[in-house]
Design a binder for this molecule. Structure first.
Ligand SMILES: CC(C)(COP(=O)(O)OP(=O)(O)OC[C@H]1O[C@@H](n2cnc3c(N)ncnc32)[C@H](O)[C@@H]1OP(=O)(O)O)[C@@H](O)C(=O)NCCC(=O)NCCS
Length: 220
């Protein structure tokens, strides 16, 4: 087998050549770092996490059966660099998933669920996302699926534009709604106190006051 240094860089020509391979255990840490970096910006603007919530969950996914994880890599300076990642499954994964299997069954749909699709920001807009999607569609065909199904946040505008431009249409989506609850503040506003009257002032005020007729003792 050729040693690493004898394998030519994919960037030797003007444009890099991207290869696809299955993810294996020793890729896990750097793939997680890759996913985190790709979604850093996206996650600032979406209610739901657009990637696995935690590294723990990501590591669990690797152990779960039925999930395919693909890496898109190039060779540069004698080293492999991850530039894309995709994750898909034939069944709805995880026990806490909100997706309803019956929805698809009732419509004779056999989906390939695309759980993740991520392209290195440095490589976006160069056809890599399209390549990832084509690879997923290729897998879908081989596995007898009728649709690619995925979830995207409406305000992830780049991704939404990307999917819409590639014949994805809206199925039925949970839209996150919010209403401002108008309420009074829990804490009352500051209050200015009265000036305290001194005792001398109080006494002189009562001495000069006319006597209460009810308090006058009866004559006799
Ligand atoms: C969505 C994403 C996968 C597209 O990958 P890509 O490599 O940029 O896609 P391509 O180069 O094949 O296609 C570019 C198309 O996507 C759109 N696009 C999305 N992000 C883009 C970006 N940062 N730069 C340029 N074009 C972008 C363009 O509008 C272009 O559309 P067009 O070809 O119809 O004109 C990529 O932007 C990405 O990984 N985003 C962050 C992670 C994410 O949001 N993933 C989807 C979660 S469901």
């Amino acid at each position: 087998m050729a040693s690493d240094s004898t394998i030519p860089d994919d960037t030797a020509d003007a444009e890099p050549q991207v290869r696809v391979r299955h993810l294996n255990k020793r890729d896990l840490n750097r793939t997680w770092e890759f996913i985190k970096a790709v979604f850093r910006e996206v996650n600032r603007s979406t209610v739901e996490y657009q990637r696995p919530k935690s590294k723990k969950r990501f590591l669990e996914v690797f152990e779960e059966k039925g999930i395919e994880q693909l890496l898109f890599v190039i060779r540069t300076d004698g080293k492999e660099r991850i530039v894309g990642y995709a994750e898909c499954a034939l069944a709805i994964i995880g026990t806490d998933n909100w997706m309803n299997e019956r929805y698809f069954r009732a419509r004779d749909m056999r989906p390939l669920f695309v759980e993740e699709l991520a392209v290195d920001p440095e490589f976006q807009g160069r056809g890599l996302g399209t390549f990832v999607l084509e690879q997923l569609e290729h897998l879908a065909k081989l596995r007898g699926c009728t649709h690619l199904v995925l979830e995207v946040a409406e305000n992830n505008e780049n991704a939404l534009k990307f999917y819409r431009g590639r014949s994805f249409t809206k199925l039925d989506a949970a839209i996150f709604l919010a209403k401002t609850v108008v309420s009074d503040p829990e804490i009352l506003p500051p209050r200015r106190l009265k000036r305290r009257e001194t005792r001398a002032v109080k006494a002189s005020a009562s001495a000069t006051a006319p006597a209460d007729p009810k308090e006058t003792p009866p004559e006799g």
